[in-house]
Ligand binder design. Structure first.
Ligand code: FEO
Length: 393
């Protein structure tokens, strides 16, 4: 793929991976993007996962022969896994990266510090390729502390490291956003799973980006963003401010024998009947928890429904709430359904887990189920449905 006359794509698609970053299902695979910027000298922007070193180096050789620089924007192994192979394949090349990244290079590749092949860059430094000048922007914690982004003013291209990434191989989802009809869904799951904890740091980078004239964004995953950039930047602004993107209710539940599930299904029916704009139901034991986390950040309201278990709550709900809290969950309306056969206390436990979260509104009508639905708990469900729906009228 040509991004422009002087910028080429040399990334790879991974369809063998079972869990990206050891954690995320990727039904459409994963792209490890890498680019070449050709001036009088040539820079390669990031390497790829080590399993693809030979394929990637072959592409680099075919495109430019012997490059002068490898710019390492991010040291997570999905991008840095082939750094050592590159340095062996191109013995004249130098690495351009942050000081922190060089420390990580030594840690990941025992015995390698590339002391005489280093170009250490910091905020505002530039690298003149002749015809293209690369400017470096530090982006700590988007997604690791060593991260830099790179701006090519001649082409108005921002190389954004992990930011604006998306799950999926480019051979499945398209090489640019103009071919990709579902960017937000998998970009949102990626964002909240991987970068969601670091909203303030993303905001800091967005402020730097706002000063640049950007026509294309080349991320390390997902398609190249070539048009409608305001849409993508706007979503990142919303997500990193922890603002809700959509109106609607997520009902996240676990159910041991189906009784809590019946309550959830009844609540969902009532919410739909009362005109709530969106109702998303997720079974935390069976559905993708990263998708549930994504939805919990996307929508303005979440109902947590679970059973009392070992004097606490059911394990999948505990993992779900932990996943939200550790990502700075905030600015939501919350409601709780608990089920317990002799000492129900799940609602109290869930509220305790969430109590440190900022700017939460708690519904007045919690629901208590004692083993199975009865008239009393059905009435509580109706009251909760009325309270939830009222906010959208
Ligand atoms: Fe795509 Fe943080 O690595």
């Amino acid at each position: 793929m040509k991004i422009s006359d002087d910028i080429l794509y040399v990334g790879v698609n991974d369809h063998d991976i079972d869990l990206f970053e050891g954690h995320y299902i990727v039904p459409e695979g994963m792209a490890y993007n890498s680019y070449i910027v050709k001036g009088d000298k040539t820079a390669v922007m990031d390497s790829v996962d080590g399993h693809f070193a030979d394929e990637w180096i072959g592409k680099v050789k075919e495109a430019v022969g012997s490059p002068d620089y490898l710019v390492v924007q991010h040291m997570e192994p999905d991008h840095s896994g082939s750094v050592k192979s590159f340095m062996e394949a191109f013995p004249e090349a130098k690495i351009v990266s942050s000081q922190k990244a060089f420390t990580m290079i030594s840690n990941f590749f025992e015995g390698e510090d590339y002391a005489d092949r280093r170009v250490v860059v910091k905020e505002g430094d530039t690298l003149d390729l002749g015809g293209h000048t690369l400017s470096f922007i530090t982006a700590p914690m988007v997604h690791w502390p060593e991260v830099i982004m790179t701006y090519d003013a001649e082409e108005k291209v921002l190389f954004s490291a992990d930011a604006f990434g998306r799950f999926g191989g480019l051979d499945k989802i398209g090489e640019t956003n103009e071919e990709d009809d579902d960017w937000a869904c998998e970009a949102r799951r990626y964002y909240f799973g991987i970068v969601g904890k670091y909203g303030p740091q993303v905001q800091a980078v967005l402020k730097k980006a706002a000063k640049l004239d950007i026509e294309k964004i080349c991320a390390l995953h997902g398609p190249v963003l070539v048009s409608d950039l305001g849409y993508f930047l706007g979503l990142y602004d919303t997500w990193s401010k922890y603002e809700s993107e959509s109106e609607g209710v997520v009902i996240a539940y676990t159910s041991v024998y189906g009784n809590t599930k019946k309550a959830v299904e009844l609540l969902a029916e009532k919410l739909e009947a009362k005109g709530v704009p969106a109702v998303e139901v997720t079974d935390l034991a069976r559905d993708d928890i990263a998708e549930a986390v994504e939805d919990a950040f996307r929508y303005d309201t979440v109902v947590f429904a679970t059973t009392t278990f070992n004097n606490g709550i059911f394990p999948f709900m505990r993992e779900f709430i932990d996943s939200l809290v550790e990502r700075n969950y905030q600015n939501k309306r919350l409601a709780f359904i608990e089920n317990g056969s002799w000492a129900p206390q799940a609602a109290k436990v869930m509220k305790g887990m969430l109590e440190g979260c900022k700017n939460m509104t708690y519904c007045e009508n919690d629901v208590k189920i004692v083993s199975a639905l009865n008239d009393a708990s059905r009435a509580q469900l109706e009251a909760l449905a009325e309270e939830l729906a009222a906010a959208y009228k």
